[in-house]
Design a protein around this ligand. Sequence first.
Ligand code: GLN
Length: 494
Amino acid sequence: IEEIQDFKGTYPKQIWGLFFSEMWERFSFYAMRGMLTYFMVYHLLMDEKTAQLQYGATQAFVYAFTFIGGLFADKFLGFRRSLFWGGMLMIVGSTLLAINPKEFFFLGLAFNIVGTGFFKPNISSMVGQLYKDGDRRTDAGFLLFYSGINLGAFFGGFVISVGKGTMLSDYIPEHLRWNVAFGFAALMMLISLVNFIFTKRNLGPIGSSPIDTSIKENKYKQIAIYIGTLAAIPLIIKMVSNTDYTDYFMFFIGPFSLIYLFYEMTKNTASENKKLFAALFFILFSVVFWAIFEQAGGSLSLFAAENLHDNLLGFSIDPNAVNNSINSLFVIIFAPIVGILFIKLSERKLEPNSVLKFGLAFLLLGLAFYTFYSISLTADASGKGSLNIFAFAYFIVTFAELFLSPIGLSLMTKLSPYRLQGFMMGMWFLASAYGQYVAGLFGASITPDKKATNLDKLIIYAQGYKDFALYAVIAGVLLIVFVPLMKKLMQEVK
Ligand code: GLN
């Protein structure tokens, strides 16, 4: 492993294999995610509200299962086997959807949900293992990896998703579109795994066996986990298809994961536990971040559909296309640049520490949502405002995201004791699950009445965004106030 971690230059060469596997996985994931609501409304004939709740439930579940995927990887499977198992489940899920999307809808989804849980946290943990403790290039590595995530997200939503104005819809006959689209999602996932088989060869010992060595590696336990996952599928179908169960599940899983963490803490040294408390602090703040950020998929898409001119820098363009893709596009471009900037700053000993990065992320998020609010100041009497300002707000959102999301991944690997790496990565994504969940509530709380005029709608949304801006700024200031305390908890971690 030292051979890998002693690399020269900006990035370890193994990161590219992980970059591409994650890119293909996200390609598949975001293609699927982009189709869900639309499919539920137009083919399963759900009403819009139910479809939205159902969509929210799948998102919450996807990220909640990362907690289980990470935990099992640490203790029984190791990162590689876990990732592989997850990928296979996702292939099965998408293939079922490709065969008969209506018939197998919830079955296919359930496979995809558990599959992502096993895949997603563990590939990120492996990125962390490419670096020695204290290597100043770690954040840049995660920023590059994050660029890969968004490359997948961008093309997934744009090329594969079936819906207005996506490429597939233009070329495939109507009655086959959904089968083909879900089939593509399965194919992407297959490419991801094939790519990983090649990547594996260069990874040395990374991820090959469970990192918690207090438990003996045991084939039978591993097989039991595989069988257990399959046995849990009917239960997951039940929980996803009835959103009341989603609520119960969300009430349960957070407290349960915390209790489990505290139990694990009893086995640690005081210094390890201080770092874990710091990690928990970052995780809690990230819930607030995602709750505001994830308006993107909810209220902001409705806002974009009705309250924006379709004119971006003189070009005519559908505002929803801007809402769905511009953030990914900005991330792809700016993530590596920010990464290299951090390395340069750290060479001059000027790099802000992670708490400050989080604080800045919130201040930028506040600024961005204030910018969304400011669209209302430029609106005309029909309640439509400037798409240019909207795009500019997303530009700011992107930097907020870059200062928090990849840095958070990186922090989890730095702050967790070795044997809890996968578990803590799972906790980080579990926070995303809660963020999505709260985002839905936030979104619903500022959704105007159907009967409202377009201008009224604009004003109601704008007022909501102004409030969110304030929440973000408060969170940012709090973080900055906590810098000294956090530095103590984090010790040598920057
Ligand atoms: N957009 C990122 C991804 O898909 C972050 C997701 C999250 O943590 N909520 O990986």
